[in-house]
Design a protein around this ligand. Structure first.
Ligand code: LLP
Length: 429
């Protein structure tokens, strides 16, 4: 079998083959590699805008706040792009808050999620004036009330409830089940809301949930929504009115042949349910991460060596699990395509990194025509790629590039070996 044509990148129309070379928008990727080396993350600005547009077009005149789940990719250039487009942000730490404030995000559109917020993080977020603290336990609520009192402020609060629905996704990224650490069990929520109402420095503003990530079916959302609305019914009877319903993030993307629902399909059904139950007036907050950035990025890596062992052919590349952890951690599937496809005999390769772990692989059993020195693009690496990168084996983290039409911008420089040891010291002799 020979490979003559280039398989299209699943779900990534802004990365395409032109004159025998893979391009990001109008920029040839071999040119970027010549200039910046590999491993290299490359993002498409147009793909970010298009992904955000799918959400803004789905809003349909309703009161919806799209808070980008920035844990998926927190590069300042990405954040700035979404801030420009009018997005809000879903943050989970003081560090993330600092990043979004640095790009001029509107604090009134920031929701603060996370199961273990610390007092200093609450304090900074109160000072900034965030839209909502998504509170995940009674203990957190009590601490927040104390911090707010000390600051002379009132903390806007939504309780993150755990609706006990199965998101039917990978167990590591499923969050809405009883055995998960997240949220307050839905049956305990009324009592915690009554407590919130009794605390002097707390304002109840909403109800929040997030059931998991890479969801490719709408039904878990609708099951969770029904349970949330039952809760809102009960709260009303207790004299507690809420202003918004936060349905979390989680919409999946196409990595290979998945067909996830569009934001419009999801929102249309959400609006129908709300209307049917007399809650058409409620503001909807969403926290999408992956579906805004996942298919806006790729990871470029160079084939260092080919190794033809008895049981396997290995392509040993210069990117590793420290650069893109998803395959090692979740056995996640990412497409791999050559930047300059060549003619020749197809062989089945495992694409592996240089780290001293058998779990250090990026893709397994892929039919490819390869030679040493070829550059490969690992697809759909815009979400949970660079943000999960580390320095294992004293490897520097990659550079990141944002392409904008014919232009490319370094949006994060490659780390240097000096940076790796900068904060370290040895004991005196
Ligand atoms: N909101 C909350 C409270 C979350 O915990 C998450 C993701 C999101 C929103 C955004 O979810 P998304 O729209 O991206 O699915 N590292 C894993 C994914 C972890 C997701 C964690 N929470 C991966 O690489 O698949």
């Amino acid at each position: 079998m020979t490979q003559t044509s280039h398989p299209a990148l699943a779900g990534q129309p802004h990365f395409h083959l032109q004159d025998g070379t893979l391009h990001a928008e109008g920029v040839a990727l071999d040119r970027l590699v010549a200039e910046h080396g590999t491993p290299l993350y490359v993002y498409s600005r147009a793909a970010l805008a298009e992904a955000y547009g799918r959400y803004s077009d789905a809003v349909n005149g309703r009161d919806v706040v799209v808070c980008y789940g920035m844990k998926a990719n927190s590069n300042l250039a990405v954040l700035k792009e979404f801030a420009r487009l009018g997005a809000g942000f879903d943050i989970v730490s003081g560090g993330e808050l600092q990043r979004v404030l640095a790009v001029g995000a509107d604090p009134a559109k920031i929701v603060f999620s996370g199961v273990g917020k610390q007092a200093w993080e609450m304090q900074t977020a109160l000072k900034a004036g965030v839209k909502s603290f998504n509170v995940e336990s009674e203990a957190e609520l009590r601490l927040l009330s104390l911090v707010a009192e000390a600051e002379g402020k009132r903390a806007p609060v939504s309780l993150r409830v755990n609706p006990d629905v199965d998101a039917q996704t990978h167990p590591y990224i499923s969050t809405g089940l009883k055995e998960n650490k997240f949220g307050i069990a839905i049956e305990d929520a009324p009592e915690v809301y009554r407590l919130a109402k009794s605390l002097a420095n707390i304002d109840i503003v909403g109800v929040d949930c997030h059931i998991g990530s890479q969801l490719i079916d709408i039904s878990p959302y609708l099951d969770a929504l029904d349970k949330l609305l039952d809760l809102v019914d009960g709260l009303k009877r207790d004299g507690i009115e809420i202003h918004h319903l936060d349905i979390g993030g989680g919409l999946g993307i196409r990595y290979t042949d998945e067909t996830p629902p569009s934001p419009k399909t999801l929102l249309d059904q959400v609006f129908d349910r709300l209307d049917a139950r007399g809650y058409g007036h409620l503001q909807i907050v969403m926290e999408p991460g992956r579906s805004l950035v996942g298919n806006a990025g790729i990871l470029l890596t160079t084939v260092q060596f080919l190794k033809h062992a008895e049981a396997r052919n290995f392509a040993i590349v210069d990117a590793a699990m420290n650069d893109l952890l998803r395959p090692a951690l979740y056995q996640a599937w990412h497409g791999v395509v050559p930047v300059k496809p060549r003619l020749g005999a197809v062989q089945i390769y495992d694409i592996v990194g240089p780290i001293c772990e058998s779990g250090d692989w990026l893709a397994k059993q892929r039919p490819l025509v390869l030679a040493q020195g070829d550059v490969l693009a690992v697809e759909s690496a815009g979400a949970y790629g660079m943000v999960m990168a580390g320095n294992y084996n004293s490897r520097v983290r990659p550079a990141e590039i944002m392409v904008d039409g014919e232009q490319s911008h370094v949006v994060r420089k490659r780390e240097t070996l000096e940076m790796l040891t900068a904060g370290e010291s040895v004991l005196p002799d």
